[in-house]
Design a protein around this ligand. Structure first.
Ligand SMILES: [Zn+2]
Length: 450
């Protein structure tokens, strides 16, 4: 076997949920975990690169199960739908993929995208021409004519931005087959949407039978289904129809929880987007009255999700990275903190959600834990996430990011993205400011002029 890497002295959190082990050696060979503990020390040779992790935590790379790497941090749907080109968006996605990896995220599920960029970016990363996290990708999000969160900006049929309207059973089935033909790993369905003429939160815009058709068609072709659900009925129906994973699951009631438990549906609540909007939305123009609505959505949903967690439902962490309030490479680990704060998970359970459980989104058992035979996706962290889960959000605490046995360069700065005139980004000047956890007086001053 060729030379590899030996990490010594660290406290290993292996991602399985087992108690941490102090001073545990990790040997990496050919991109995989070759041995642990005494075996690792015994098998290591002079040729192996050494990493001293004394006083530090060694843990699996994070899995972010809800990203939008092709979106390029828009502040609104107009920008996203009407002011982008395929080629530029592709290059922007490649640029952003590096930032994700540097944030300690070694795997992502990117469930819907502009054009077919998700699948192409996944392959570009896999073939080594783009540096980024391992990806699983979806294509266009399926919508009914009622649309999704973009309301009437979604055309009555065909594609708009990241969405495709599927009117009728045949169109639905054909679109799923088309996406699978071009390489998707997941099908994304927007089960709720905002209807401009109806005041209030999102409403369910799919019938149960339609959802069944989607799930049956995808499953027959060995493809999983993830659903955006922001009310109770949508989560209930999606789970019963056979959806494999649910994003948001907002306001789920006991009946929805029962359906989720019964069907073994995975949950990826993605509080981070709402949390960032609640905390920083005001700075980027969100109406003040909405901030409390976002906060309430998190609190009400989390209270219910705690019951689902107690019942053994599988939780994954997602950040909805890719919007202006969730800039790429900055907020991937906030979800762990929110799971602890709002759902009441232990830091260890939150880590399992962000590592081992992420394997489900990646559709392979080879990621998510540090066990012999798994991909060597490893973080060395200067701190103890079990004592302070927020340490994973600190770039300066991330000492090493290793993907498939390769150390990622965390030092060379990534060139700053400047806006080109055709970018319709009113607030992107403000966007980098959301990257700091606290705003300085100077930043607030700048924001007030945006
Ligand atoms: Zn999303």
């Amino acid at each position: 076997m060729g030379s590899g890497m030996l990490i010594t002295g660290g406290r290993l959190i292996d991602g399985t949920g087992a108690a941490p082990r102090d001073d545990e050696a990790v040997l990496i060979r050919d991109g995989r975990i070759a041995a642990l503990g005494a075996d690792a020390l015994a098998q290591a040779t002079e040729e192996d690169e050494r990493i001293d992790a004394t006083g530090r935590t060694v843990m699996p790379g994070l899995v972010d199960a809800h990203t939008h790497l092709s979106f390029g941090e828009p502040t609104g749907n107009d920008e996203l739908f009407n002011h982008r080109t395929e080629a530029y968006s592709s290059m922007l996605s490649a640029y952003n993929a590096r930032k994700v990896l540097r944030a300690g995220v070694t795997s992502v599920l990117d469930a819907d995208c502009l054009w077919n960029i998700g699948v192409e970016l996944r392959d570009a990363i896999e073939t080594g021409i783009v540096e980024g996290p391992r990806m699983r990708a979806g294509g266009q999000a399926l919508m009914t004519m009622l649309g999704g969160t973009a309301g009437r900006m979604i055309k009555d049929e065909g594609r708009t931005g990241y969405a495709t309207v599927v009117n009728g059973r045949d169109v639905m089935v054909n679109e799923i087959r088309r996406q699978i033909k071009y390489g998707v790993d997941w099908i994304k369905v927007m089960v709720t949407g905002l209807i401009p003429s109806m005041k209030g939160p999102e409403v369910k815009v799919w019938t149960f039978d339609e959802l069944r058709t989607v799930c049956d068609t995808a499953h027959e072709l060995n493809t999983l289904v993830v659903a955006h659900c922001r009310n109770a009925e949508s989560t209930r129906d999606a789970a019963r129809a056979g959806v494999d994973m649910i994003y948001h699951a907002s306001y789920l009631d006991d009946e929805a929880i029962e359906a989720v438990v019964e069907n073994g549906t995975a949950m990826c609540p993605t509080f981070t987007l709402l949390g960032n909007l609640a905390d920083y939305g005001e700075k980027v123009g969100t109406a003040p009255e909405l901030l409390d609505v976002f906060r309430a959505e998190i609190e009400i949903t989390a209270k219910q999700l705690a019951k689902a967690h107690a019942a053994g439902v599988k939780f994954l962490t997602g950040s909805e990275t890719g919007f202006a309030v969730t800039p790429v490479g900055e907020w991937h680990a906030r979800e762990l903190e929110m799971f602890v704060d709002y759902i009441g998970m232990s830091p260890m359970d939150a880590i399992v959600a962000a590592t081992k459980n992420g394997a489900f989104a990646m559709r392979t058992d080879d990621v998510g834990t540090i066990e012999v035979g798994k991909y060597a996706d490893v973080l060395v962290v200067d701190g103890d996430p079990l004592a302070d889960i927020k340490v994973l959000q600190r770039k300066d605490a991330l000492v090493e990011v290793i993907k498939e046995g390769k150390r990622i360069d965390l030092k060379t700065p990534i060139p700053e993205r400047k806006m080109r005139s055709s970018d319709q980004v009113r607030f992107l000047a403000a966007c980098p400011l959301t990257r700091s956890l606290a705003f300085t007086e100077e930043q607030l001053e700048m924001l007030s002029h945006v």
